[in-house]
Design a protein around this ligand. Structure first.
Ligand code: ASP
Length: 334
């Protein structure tokens, strides 16, 4: 019987990094080399390997991901059962989120990498790649959107975060945990996120840079006027706690919010931004009244990418506001 087809796109990162005579390891291995290093893959799928980029993941851009998303859709339309992306783990939570929003297909899109490079004992790249191929051909993972697979766990793109600099168990999903796992070569999905969020970009999409500012103790907001001067099209603020900033900064934020979308997220990394609890100057109620847009449950990194893609799609201020609100359009128990 013919094996299912999987397209593997390699982008570089630790999984592909070897000692090339420099100061440390660097991305050098091609997609084909990664695949041929794991003979078990040939038993699970017929793989075509595409060396899409060869870089540390901090070199990737949203433009790269727009191109990648379109190539993934092409491969799926040509008959691939799923796609696997290998890349550096540093930005996986961002790239997987973008692919989740842009790839408009039911087939699995799996993003993976490695925490231990191929020169180290216990390198995890081969096991992660094999597990990702198994997820990419699994019926159980269809219609899940983009997922991140490392360390035998399956994480939904919208929840996943890198939480440790070197531990192979670095990926965690907040607030729900992984949506599934791989055991004895079989992927299992035990949780499905509610709803899918999609963004359709025009063919001639242009970069719309969005800044991210994390508020800190004693922050006087002196960087804020620079956001407009530097040509940003939008701003995400990671505010304190439930959505608070020092009062000295509110005029600058209100001024910016009159000129560009300014999204109110929280630096805490968990929970929804508040809407109606505190009333002091610089509180969430004050900032929303001053025109900031509510990020809901999205953290700063994801809110920044969501806004950048909405701006590329030409969304109006009202559409941006409604789109962020839609992340909370889930059934509420009465
Ligand atoms: N610096 C690497 C990267 O490209 C780290 C990794 O792959 O884990 O993100």
């Amino acid at each position: 019987m013919a094996l299912p087809r999987v397209a593997v796109f390699s982008l570089g990162g630790t999984i592909s990094s070897t000692d090339s005579g420099g100061k440390g390891v660097e991305p050098t291995l091609t997609g084909e080399a990664l695949v041929s290093d794991v003979p078990e893959i040939a038993e699970a799928a017929e793989v075509s390997a595409i060396s899409f980029r060869q870089a540390a993941s901090g070199e990737l851009t949203v433009d790269d991901l727009v191109e990648l998303a379109s190539e993934i859709e092409d491969r799926i339309d040509e008959g691939a059962s799923g796609a696997v992306v290998t890349q550096g783990t540093d930005t996986i939570e961002e790239t997987a989120f973008v692919l989740d929003l842009l790839v408009d297909r039911d087939a699995p899109v799996v993003v993976t990498g490695a925490m231990r490079n191929p020169t180290l004992a216990g390198a995890d790249g081969p096991a992660n790649l094999l597990a990702s191929i198994q997820v990419a051909v699994s019926e159980a993972t269809r219609e899940l959107g983009a997922v991140v697979v490392l360390n035998d766990e399956i994480h939904a793109a919208r929840f996943v975060r890198k939480t440790h600099t070197s531990n192979p168990a670095t990926f965690r999903s907040y607030p729900v945990g992984p949506v599934g796992w791989i055991s004895e070569d079989v992927p299992r999905v035990v949780v499905r996120p509610v709803g899918r969020h999609k963004i359709t970009l025009p063919g001639d999409t242009q970069d719309r840079p969005v800044a991210l500012h994390t508020f800190t103790l004693g922050d006087d907001g002196r960087l804020l006027p620079e956001i407009e001067r530097q040509g940003y099209a939008g701003l995400v603020v990671e505010a304190l706690g439930g959505g608070h900033v020092p009062s000295i900064t509110v005029d600058a934020l209100e001024d910016l919010a009159a000129k560009m979308p300014v999204i109110l997220a929280s630096r805490t990394g968990g929970g929804e931004v508040l809407r109606s609890t505190y009333g002091f100057i610089g509180s969430e109620t004050d900032l929303l009244e001053r025109g900031l847009i509510y990020a809901g449950p999205l953290d700063g990194l994801k809110a920044r990418l969501y806004l950048a893609l909405l701006l590329r799609a030409g969304a109006t201020r009202e559409e941006i506001r409604n789109s962020f609100d839609s992340w909370l359009d889930v059934p509420v128990s009465s």
